[in-house]
Design a binder for this molecule. Sequence first.
Ligand SMILES: Cc1ncc(COP(=O)(O)O)c(C=O)c1O
Length: 381
Amino acid sequence: MDLSTKLIHGGISEDPLTGAVSVPIYQTSTYRQKKLGQPGDFEYSRSGNPTRNALEELIAELEGGVKGFAFGSGLAAIHAVLSLFQPGDHLILGDDVYGGTFRLLEKVFKPLGLSYTMVDSQDLAQLEAALTAHTKALYLESPSNPLLKIIDLEKSAAWAKENGLLTIVDNTFATPYLQQPLALGADIVLHSGTKYLGGHSDLVAGLATTDKAELAEKIGFNQNSIGGVLGPQDSWLLQRGIKTLAVRMEAHQKNAETIAAFLTDHPAVDKVYYPGLADHPGHEIAAKQMRGFGGMIAFELVDESRVAEFVEALKIITLAESLGGVESLIEVPAVMTHASIPKEKREAAGIKDGLIRLSVGIEAVEDLQNDLEQALLVKNK
Ligand SMILES: Cc1ncc(COP(=O)(O)O)c(C=O)c1O
């Protein structure tokens, strides 16, 4: 079955009780137990809720996992997965991961005894150099946030396996529609469901899945013990978003290809990062491991001092955190999403202060292009 069909019919796509084609919202915290000590399938909604359960089955099916887990945010999902590790363990991390992931490791897990090394994970030699006797996992984003670096997931996961490490992939930018890391050898896949999966900038959610029963058991234990679960309303809303993922992703990436070409040719734009461009260093790997090149673009202006003026002059494209919604969103990582990474670390990873990240929405592409054009031409008053 093609993934676009699974998006609609996968998981528990109808209510077993009534046949309702939209999974009902079970707005309940607890469930009656008919006999003492013999609960039914559901006992308490932190441990399990039928609406959340349907979403969890769906993400597992879409990513090829054995079990899925839904959380109150992407970071809560990342937290539950990083909690698999013990004090003394070491992780290797891509050097331009989402700023919140870095902050969680640096400010929460490092004081608890976890250590990590950030490397340019496109380069196997750098992974090799970062390996220690205590390294337990390789944590990757591809395409990465915000530089749209492409990591050869099959190669990296094979290297990790050879060295006895788990491979964890944050698949937020690609979504299972464009890329399925478990099939490429990863062990755990993470998502900020807030982004393309939800698709409408109206919820905050996180998802995790794995194809290993033993890991599923541990993540499930962490989900219930730490407790950052997704509520039934948002579980329902996220499933509704996922149904249209295929058509949205196709529209996002069609627009992104046009906008990337427009920006590349524009005299006020210096550099464009988009894996769909033939001169992007990860273009061929992306073409091999992804169904398309996605809807995210990053770029730099010739005159870095004009960044604020430019983003503030946009009329349709909205200056805001987040990405993956139907509306185009723009942001400056150094000031917004990646501000929690120290400037030296950011710059070493290639994230300049003037870098702009654009989440291309599904509006008419001419309107987006005209909006960019008028803002690129605005001069300081
Ligand atoms: C790649 C990536 N992973 C994880 C997260 C965290 O997700 P959330 O904001 O849902 O906690 C984000 C948020 O921007 C992200 O871009």
